[in-house]
Design a protein around this ligand. Structure first.
Ligand SMILES: [Zn+2]
Length: 104
């Protein structure tokens, strides 16, 4: 029986994160990507072998490898950036302590 096996890499874009690029020095948007390499058998992806996180500067195109921790941190940062730009700043009203009037 002939076993047909191989690898397949799927690339997902997780978020757009803005930070200072280490190569061009611009505060540019960076695409945070996750590349998952999977072992395939008869062209069916079975299990992931390798997961890679990278960022790519949209200004100069430089790519950087990230650790999983760095990627998760960057993703959280990117996720928190977007709503902050769309929503007006939250206004906090001063809380007035309700005290019963003292008639004694
Ligand atoms: Zn750059």
């Amino acid at each position: 029986m002939l076993l047909i096996w191989g690898y397949r890499t799927r690339v997902l874009q997780l978020a757009m994160v803005t930070f200072l690029c280490g190569r061009c020095g611009n505060p540019a948007a960076h695409a945070l990507r996750k590349a998952v390499m999977k072992f395939t058998l008869f062209f069916i992806p079975l299990f992931p072998i390798n997961v890679k996180y990278t960022t790519q500067c949209t200004f100069c195109g430089a790519t950087n490898r990230l650790t999983k921790e760095q990627a998760l941190q960057a993703e959280a940062q990117g996720a928190s950036q977007q709503p902050a730009m769309q929503q007006p700043p939250v206004q906090y009203e001063p809380q007035v302590a309700q005290q019963p009037p003292n008639h004694s």
